[in-house]
Design a protein around this ligand. Structure first.
Ligand code: AHR
Length: 640
C-alpha cells in the first residue's frame, strides 16, 4: 500500500546533486577519456618515482622514513618489466637495430627521456612500433594528427615515414616526415588519413638507413575529439559523461592526490603547458600517467559541458600519513600556496600571476571552479588540524567557494574542526548495506554543514558489478534525495576502467579502443540525474518485512553429485513474473554447483527440462537456499 500526500512538501533536491568523480585509475584518462592514441609517448613511463626501487615486476619503496614516526613502508606496487613499455623495434633480435631510453640532450628538462635508436643494418626497413593502449582505433577516412619531436645523427641519409598499420599488417596510411638531419630536434606535425578500419591498429615510424635517431615524443590524436578540442577527449567517452548531466566534475582524485608518498603526489602545475613537456607521475594504481588530461583540459571540459569544477588539493599529507608521511610544519604553507595558485589559475583575472598563465594557455576568461576539497581520505587529528588552516586561508580570499572536509564514515564523535561547508563521507559496500541504509541520513545532524557523498559504490560481493549492485545504489540514492536538505551532492566512484586494466574491481563505465559501455550502475546514475525531482512529497509505504536470512544470502541453483546433467528451457518466476527472460541452457558437470539467481522475499517457481548425460547418482535443486545451507528448501532428485 502506498499513500502519497501531495500537500506535504519535503526537502528540495539540489540542482548540484549529481556529478562525476574522475581519477587516473584503471587507465581512466590515459587509454580512457583522454584521446591520445600513443602510449608512453614521452618515454617517461619507466622513470623511477622518487624514493622507490624495482624488483622484477614489483616496485618497492626504498628506506622511506616518514617524518613523524620514522617508520618504513612495506607494501609493493605494480611495475612494468618491459624495457620500453608499448614500444617494439623490429630488427632488434637480428641486431640490425637497437633501442635504449636515454636523457641525452633532452628537448624538455621537465620530461627528459628520449628513445635512442641505433641502426647498423637497414637492408630491411626498420619499424619502431607503438601498440597504443591495447591497440589504436583507426577509422576509414578519418584524419589523425601526428606530432613527433625527433632528431637524427648527421650521417643518417634515409627517410623517416609514419604509418598507420592494422593488426594484420595492412598499411592504412603512410606519410614521409620532413626530418632535417642536422642533429637538432625537429618538431614535426603531419595529418594521416586512414584508408581502412581497425580497432587494434598500431603506429609505426619507419627508418630506412643506418644511423642514430633520437625520438623525444610521438603523439597521435583523432581529429574527431569532443568539441574538436586539440589535446582533447575521446568523443564517445565524453558523451557518456554528458549523458549523466553532471552538475560538477571532481579532479584529480582520489588517492593520486596524496601520492603513495608525498614525493609522488599528483601535481597540477606539472600538467600545464605543452603536452610534450609534461613529466606525468607514477601512482598507487600501478602505472605512470602522462598528465595529458591536465588541469587546463579538465577546466575546459567543465566549461564545455556546463559543469562546475571541483579541485582536490593535497594538505601536505601522503596516502600513508598515518604512518607518518606528513610534511613538516614549516612546509604546510607551501601546500596552501599551491592550492591558492590552483584557485587563482581558474578564477584570477589576467593581472594575477596564475590568471595570466591561464590566459597565456589560451583562456583569458575565468573557468567555473566552485568547489575545493581539502585533502582526500586523510582522516585523523593531523588532518583535522591542517583542514582548519586551509579552510581559513582559502575562505578569506575566496568566500564564494564551497570547501569540503573528508569525513570518515565510521567516525565516532564530531570532527575536531572549527568549520566546514560540506563533509564528504565515502561508502564502498555490499548491496545489503545500501538496502539497509536508505534511512542513514534521516538522523544526521542538521544546520552545521551539507553532505557531499563523494565516493560511493556497491562493490562488495558483486564481482565487477551487477544488477543487484545497481538496484542497491538506486535505493541509497532515494535515501539521499529524501534528505535533500542535507545531501546536496553525490558522485559514484570510480568512474572509468579500460577493460584491459582493472585495478579496482567495480567501475561505472568500461572502455575499449572502439567501445564504451555503461554498466547497470551507470544507468541508475543516468536515470537519477535525468529525473531529478524538484522536491520530495510525503509518502507512506506499507509492505512486508523481508526475511533477513533469505535477503542476505539466498539463491536458486542446481548442484550435481556424481552425475552430469543437461538443463534446458529454464524459467524462473518471482510472484508469477519471469526474472530472466533468456536464460542459457547449460550442462552441469559432476560435483559442481551452479547458482542461477540471487533471491529476495517472495514466491519463486523454477521450471526446466533435465537430462542426465553421464555419471551415476542424482542432482539437487536449491530453492530459497541460504549460503550456509540452513534456510529454504533443497530437493534431491535421483535420475538413474
Ligand atoms: O575510488 C578509488 C579510491 O577509493 C580513491 O582513490 C580513494 O579516494 C578511495 O579510497
Amino acid at each position: 500500500e502506498i499513500i502519497i500526500n501531495l500537500q506535504e512538501r519535503g526537502a528540495d533536491i539540489a540542482s548540484s546533486m549529481y556529478g562525476v568523480f574522475f581519477e587516473e585509475i584503471n587507465h581512466a584518462g590515459d587509454g580512457g577519456l583522454y584521446a591520445e592514441l600513443v602510449q608512453n609517448r614521452s618515454f617517461e613511463e619507466k622513470e623511477m618515482p622518487a624514493g622507490f626501487r624495482a624488483e622484477g615486476n614489483k616496485l618497492l619503496p626504498k628506506q622511506v622514513k616518514y617524518h613523524l614516526t620514522g617508520e618504513v613502508r612495506a607494501r609493493s606496487y605494480r611495475w612494468n618489466t618491459d624495457e620500453v613499455p608499448a614500444w617494439t623495434l623490429q630488427g632488434k633480435d637480428s641486431l640490425a637495430a637497437q633501442m635504449k631510453v636515454t636523457k641525452e640532450n633532452p628537448k624538455f628538462p621537465s620530461a627528459p627521456n628520449n628513445l635512442k635508436v641505433t641502426i647498423t643494418d637497414a637492408s630491411q626497413p626498420i619499424w619502431l612500433q607503438n601498440e597504443g593502449y591495447w591497440g589504436m582505433n583507426i577509422v576509414e577516412r578519418e584524419k589523425y594528427f601526428l606530432r613527433t619531436i625527433i632528431r637524427t645523427s648527421t650521417d643518417y641519409k634515409g627517410k623517416v615515414t609514419a604509418k598507420l598499420v592494422s593488426a594484420d599488417g595492412k598499411i592504412l596510411s603512410s606519410e614521409i616526415l620532413e626530418v632535417i638531419p642536422d642533429g637538432r630536434w625537429n618538431d614535426i606535425k603531419k595529418t594521416l588519413t586512414s584508408a581502412g578500419n581497425d580497432a587494434k591498429a598500431k603506429l609505426v615510424l619507419e627508418f630506412d638507413a643506418p644511423g642514430i635517431i633520437w625520438v623525444d615524443y610521438v603523439s597521435l590524436f583523432p581529429e574527431n575529439t569532443f568539441n574538436n578540442r586539440p589535446n582533447g577527449l575521446r568523443r564517445d567517452v565524453a558523451e557518456m559523461l554528458v549523458g549523466l548531466k553532471p552538475a560538477f566534475f571532481r579532479w584529480p582524485g582520489g588517492c593520486v592526490v596524496e601520492g603513495i608518498t608525498l614525493d609522488n603526489r599528483f601535481e597540477w602545475k606539472k600538467t600545464l603547458g605543452d603536452p610534450a613537456s609534461r613529466p606525468g607521475e607514477y601512482s598507487t594504481w600501478g602505472y605512470r600517467c602522462s598528465y595529458g588530461f591536465g588541469y587546463y583540459e579538465m577546466l575546459q571540459f567543465c566549461e564545455d559541458i556546463g559543469a562546475k569544477a571541483m579541485y582536490v588539493c593535497n594538505v601536505g599529507l601522503g596516502c600513508q600519513f598515518r604512518m607518518g608521511d606528513a610534511c613538516p610544519e614549516n612546509e604546510i604553507a607551501f601546500y596552501i600556496d599551491d592550492c591558492m595558485d590552483a584557485i587563482e589559475y581558474a578564477l584570477g583575472d589576467e593581472t594575477t600571476e596564475w590568471g595570466a598563465r591561464r590566459a597565456a594557455d589560451g583562456h583569458p576568461a575565468p573557468f567555473p571552479l566552485q568547489y575545493v576539497e581539502i585533502g582526500n581520505e586523510n582522516w585523523g587529528p593531523e588532518y583535522d588540524r591542517r583542514f582548519d588552516i586551509f579552510y581559513k586561508s582559502i575562505k578569506e580570499k575566496y568566500p564564494q567557494l564551497v570547501l569540503i572536509y573528508n569525513e570518515m564514515p565510521q567516525r565516532e564523535g564530531p570532527a575536531a574542526i572549527t568549520k566546514t561547508d560540506m563533509i564528504d563521507p565515502h561508502w564502498y559496500v555490499d548491496p545489503y548495506f545500501f538496502f539497509r541504509n536508505t534511512t542513514l541520513f534521516d538522523t544526521y545532524e542538521r544546520g552545521k554543514y551539507q553532505v557531499y557523498v563523494g565516493e560511493y559504490a556497491c562493490n562488495r560481493s558483486v564481482g565487477a558489478g551487477n544488477m543487484l549492485a545497481a538496484l542497491s545504489e538506486a535505493a541509497f540514492i532515494n535515501g539521499m534525495e529524501r534528505n535533500g536538505d542535507l545531501v546536496t551532492m553525490a558522485s559514484y566512484a570510480p568512474l572509468f576502467e579500460n577493460r584491459h586494466d582493472r585495478s579496482w574491481a567495480t567501475n561505472l563505465i568500461w572502455i575499449d579502443t572502439d567501445q564504451v559501455v555503461g554498466r547497470s550502475s551507470y544507468y541508475v546514475q543516468k536515470m537519477a540525474a535525468e529525473n531529478r525531482p524538484t522536491y520530495n512529497v510525503k509518502s507512506n509505504i506499507n509492505m512486508h518485512a523481508v526475511d533477513p536470512d533469505l535477503f542476505d544470502k539466498g539463491y536458486i541453483g542446481f548442484g550435481a553429485n556424481s552425475a552430469s546433467v543437461e538443463f534446458k528451457n529454464i524459467k524462473i518466476t518471482q510472484n508469477g513474473v519471469p526474472t530472466k527472460p533468456d536464460m542459457d541452457n547449460f550442462t552441469l558437470r559432476k560435483e559442481k554447483q551452479h547458482l542461477l539467481e540471487e533471491i529476495y522475499e517472495g514466491d519463486y517457481t523454477l521450471e526446466c527440462k533435465v537430462r542426465k548425460t553421464g555419471g551415476e547418482q542424482g542432482f539437487q535443486i536449491f530453492l530459497g537456499m541460504s549460503a550456509d545451507g540452513k534456510t529454504g528448501y533443497r530437493y534431491n532428485i535421483g535420475m538413474w
